[in-house]
Design a protein. Structure first.
Length: 508
């Protein structure tokens, strides 16, 4: 396929593709059916009233791309729990046990998932008599000092016409990479991350655990669109925050309908079990920013409970979007004429000749043409800049979906050429070159221990001594070494006495 360039003829070609698709396929009542209440959209950090109070179930982003180092495979990444503060202990960040975290794959464009990879998690505790997440430096996922651990199962559900055909257990009791407590607690977090990458039968690979939030943007857009005078732009407000990630790499032939029809639609959902044991969908995510800034308040929770099959319920939010009107009111940039059928292709159908499957049913999915090889030098604006391996053809970790989406919403495809953006063009951390590609999570450490790499025992020495001579269950005071004295805090309880004895007696 000929690349679509950012300027000149190639740039016009992208608009031509969209206009041609609209002329050929149109958007008729017969082609779009009524939506049921549904889940959350991509890049949805606290995007809806109900889910904002349930962070363990809040899916923040979905990515799907042909694996750059294994182009015969496709990688899907989905993230949960927005704004994880790295030092947010003592109860660090775990996946919910009463949730089903699902990755959906639509292989034929009918807005129904033919495949669902379902992740379910269990939490394990070694010692209930301490408040500590870890009771010493952790050097492996099975380290006895890692007090709180999680494991997960994967089930592969095959569906036809939204009915279950088969269920296969793909994996059982796979360890989760823990939260990155800090350098004293986890002196080599990269080793723990590597141990959480697990090979599955049939050539697939999986990972679950904490990661740096890969989404980059200036969220101060909600201060009346960057302060009302663009004074609030240019800072990545997700810098330093982590998320919980699920990553799955599968042979592409397993998920595409055929070599002749290589376009897949991908989204994720979270189901939560209620007190009666029933499962209720509370989050859904596909294309970036849809539930965040396209759907109004009255539709957000309903969208989080809905399915792509019914996305016509929210069609007016796409064809008559609020955002261009706000930009016009504040910055006097004229909003493109409505109805915005140019947005229907980008967000609901895929671009004809690029990533629109035949006989497509319009639905909010992340559509990926798996036959397009990875770009040797990816461009952050993806298709808008002539890189057809990038957004909106799937979504790579490096794709600047804020700038690309903003330019399209402001009429890039219908003659209103612009270079709008939020002045945040890349993530604060570099991504990896191999699965799971995500940057390692930011550590909770900030001080000298983090910089020097010294272990907690080097810092404390043998200075953990009981305040009472009988070694009872009263107060334990950290004292002895200069570093320990500087710590100056009290540890209370029998669990910490147990921890003190381990710290004092165990050699490292």
């Amino acid at each position: 396929m000929t690349p679509i360039s950012r300027s000149g003829v190639g740039r016009r070609s992208f608009a031509t593709l969209v206009c041609g698709a609209l002329a050929a396929g149109g958007l008729t009542a017969a082609g779009v059916s009524v939506l049921e209440p549904g889940a959350a959209a991509a890049s949805s950090h606290r995007e809806a009233p109900l889910i904002s109070g349930q962070p363990q179930y809040d899916n923040t982003d979905v990515y799907a791309f042909v694996s750059p180092d294994k182009p015969d495979t496709t990688t899907i990444v989905a993230n949960w729990i927005p704004f994880e503060e790295p030092a947010g202990g003592p109860n660090f960040f775990t996946f919910a046990e009463d949730a089903q975290y699902d990755l959906h794959i639509d292989s034929d464009g009918d807005a129904q998932g033919e495949l669902v990879y379902r992740y379910t998690f269990k939490t394990h505790r070694k010692n209930g008599d301490t408040f500590l997440y870890n009771t010493g430096p952790v050097t492996s996922l099975d380290d006895p000092d890692l007090n709180i651990t999680q494991t997960y199962d994967i089930d592969l559900l095959r569906l036809h016409d939204q009915k279950l055909v088969s269920r296969t257990k793909v994996a059982d009791d796979i360890p989760v990479a823990p939260s990155n407590v800090g350098k004293a607690s986890m002196p080599d977090y990269g080793k723990l991350r590597d141990q959480a990458v697990y090979k599955l039968a049939g050539g697939s690979t999986t990972f679950a655990g904490q990661a740096d939030d890969p989404f980059f943007l200036d969220l101060r857009v909600f201060d009346l669109l960057y302060g009302g005078d663009l004074s609030e732009v240019g800072r990545d407000t997700l810098k330093g925050y982590n998320v919980n990630s699920i990553a799955l790499q599968v042979p592409t032939e397993m998920i595409q309908e055929s070599a002749e029809q290589p376009i897949v639609g991908i989204w994720s959902t979270t189901q939560r079990r209620d007190a009666r044991g029933h499962w209720t969908q509370v989050s859904r995510l596909g294309m970036p920013l849809v539930n965040e800034v396209v759907n109004p308040q009255k539709d957000k929770d309903r969208f989080n409970a809905s399915a792509p099959w019914n996305d016509a319920d929210f069609l007016k939010n796409v064809t008559n979007p609020e955002l261009p009107k706000l930009i016009e009111a504040i910055y006097k940039i004229k909003a493109p004429a409505e109805p915005r059928n140019d947005l229907v292709d980008v967000f609901l159908k895929g671009v004809e000749g690029l990533n629109q499957p035949p006989h497509v049913r319009p639905a909010e999915e992340l559509r990926l043409n798996t036959s397009i090889k990875p770009a040797e030098h990816p461009k952050r604006l993806g298709v808008l800049d002539g890189d057809n391996a990038g957004f909106p053809n799937g979504r790579r970790l490096t794709d600047d979906v804020i700038d690309a989406s903003l330019q399209v919403v402001e009429g890039e495809l219908v003659g209103s050429k612009n270079d709008l953006g939020d002045a945040v063009d890349k993530n604060d951390k570099k991504f990896g070159h191999s699965f799971p590609y995500l940057a390692k999570p930011t550590s909770g450490s900030r001080g000298a221990t983090a910089k020097s790499g010294n272990s907690v025992r080097n810092q404390l020495g043998g200075g953990l001594v009981p305040a009472d001579a009988d070694g009872g269950t009263d107060t334990v005071l950290i004292a002895g070494s200069a570093a320990a004295g500087a710590a100056g805090f009290l540890l209370i309880g029998t669990g910490l006495m147990w921890w003190r004895r381990r710290m004092h007696n165990r050699a490292y």
